[in-house]
Design a protein around this ligand. Structure first.
Ligand SMILES: [Zn+2]
Ligand SMILES: [Zn+2]
Length: 219
């Protein structure tokens, strides 16, 4: 059975999210996710706390994959399976290199978006050493055309594809997820499978009422 993993989730450690670690785990269980990657903006503090919580609670699922969403000089990059913070404000190339040195994979977050900070979808991003492209992100707007553009680009250049909810509120967790074709529920196997392209992205956009809720930061 492939694993169902939301590779892009924020917690209250991001500053612009209201999701607490315990709410996140409860919602991930409710949505049937096998794993979540915690990708707070420029910090791994929330991810490290959640790994401890899950370990102390002795629950195997969902697996927590530590991550980070790094604000580079030219857009957001996800570092998946990193336990140390990667500095913000570096070039994309250097950020990708630091993520690799830290044992993680680097994914272009929402590269095709108008309203968020992405690296864009021109062939020049192929030079950055990225391991995958996040072709589905629930916060993309308009969702379907932008998703189509991202998928076409990744297929054309044969780059592994991922999906993540980019949830900043609890209800959005798991709206998008990556199916990873392995049985092995551990972070190293999961990132290796992503690197090899054993992924299928799924998902849908955040409904409009939830977008308003997020904008107003209503709990
Ligand atoms: Zn972002
Ligand atoms: Zn994000």
């Amino acid at each position: 059975m492939p694993l169902k993993i939301d590779l892009h989730v924020h917690t209250c450690y991001s500053g612009d999210s209201l999701i607490t670690p315990s709410e996140l785990i409860a919602e991930a269980v409710r949505k049937g996710l096998d794993g979540i990657s915690i990708t707070d903006h420029d910090t791994v503090a929330g991810a490290l706390k959640m790994i401890r919580m899950v370990r102390d609670g002795n629950c195997g699922r969902p697996i927590i994959i530590p991550g980070i969403e790094v604000s580079t000089r030219s857009g957001h990059i996800l570092g998946i399976n990193v336990l140390e913070p990667i500095p913000r404000g570096l070039s994309v190339e250097e950020t990708v290199e630091r993520i690799h040195d830290a044992g993680g994979i680097a994914i272009a977050a929402h590269p095709q978006t108008f309203f968020k900070d992405g690296v864009g979808l021109s062939p020049k991003i192929l030079r950055f050493g990225l391991d995958a492209i996040e072709v589905i992100n629930s916060s993309l707007f308009p969702f379907y055309p932008l998703t189509r553009i991202g998928r076409r680009f990744a297929e054309h250049y044969n780059i592994p594809q991922t999906a993540g909810s980019d949830a900043h509120i609890v209800e959005a967790i798991g709206l998008s997820y990556t199916l990873v074709k392995i049985d092995d529920l551990n972070a190293d196997s999961i990132i290796e499978a992503i690197r090899r392209g054993l992924t299928t992205p799924f998902g849908r956009g955040i409904p409009i009422q939830l977008r308003i809720k997020k904008a107003l930061k209503i709990k």
